[in-house]
Design a binder for this molecule. Structure first.
Ligand code: SF4
Length: 219
């Protein structure tokens, strides 16, 4: 495989600005109304479509309202609501396990610190970043999901496909005030245009700068 090409800082920042203008309404599309619902949605969203998660949380959130509700549930109780989600059984256990810790250690409140969030079952750094941004208005990093990794690598904003390395590259290129939004901007571009497996480069607003790392076929 060819060595990936990385954009210089100035064109990379120009690409980011163009994408920001292209997707002014980019935002989280998981439905939630409090930090607990955000956390549960994020656990369910791993390797699943956000729309599928929203479809099942509509009823789940009516039945389970507090960390204590989940902490005292059995996995099969929660599975009734989430059976259509990938890895539902493991995710039900993660939700219950996380809520037991939240009950025991944090008085029933989802913690707002990265170090505490990543210790909860089913929550890694990407998920913790997403919870901090959306539930607490705190951006400590940039959540690098599969879309963000794919698009950043193709464009040449990152020369790695490892989540931590993509996040670190973006944190150097993006002003901190935009850390909470940029992942959604890139994700929206990945869903609309820079799709997996075949990107629609003919409709791409940043095609003239793109390094097309790993792209062998496009529309
Ligand atoms: S030019 Fe193609 S590969 Fe590059 S960002 Fe646009 S859609 Fe993706």
């Amino acid at each position: 495989m060819d060595k990936p090409r990385l954009l210089e800082e100035r064109p990379a920042r120009e690409v980011i600005e163009k994408l920001k203008n292209e997707y002014p309404d980019a935002r989280e599309i998981l439905n939630f109304s409090n930090p607990l619902e955000m956390m549960v949605s994020i656990i369910l969203a791993a390797r699943s479509k956000d729309e599928a998660v929203n479809a099942c949380t509509a009823e789940l959130f009516k039945r389970y309202r507090t960390a204590k509700d989940y902490a005292s549930a059995k996995p099969e109780d929660i599975l009734k609501y989430i059976h259509g989600i990938m890895f539902a059984s493991n995710k039900a256990k993660s939700i219950i396990g996380s809520c037991r810790i939240i009950e025991d250690k944090y008085g029933g409140r989802v913690p707002s610190e990265m170090s505490k969030l990543v210790e909860l079952p089913g929550i890694g750094r990407k998920s913790a970043n997403t919870i901090l941004i959306n539930a607490f208005g705190k951006a400590e990093g940039i959540p690098a999901d599969t879309h963000v990794i794919r698009v950043s690598y193709r464009l040449g904003l990152a020369d790695s496909q490892q989540p931590d390395e993509v996040e670190a590259s973006l944190m150097k290129l993006v002003d901190k005030k935009d850390w909470g939004r940029i992942a959604y901007v890139i994700k929206f571009h990945g869903r609309a245009v820079c799709r997996a497996p075949i990107p629609i480069c003919s409709k791409c607003a940043v095609a003239s700068s793109c390094q097309k790392n790993g792209v062998s076929n496009s529309k």
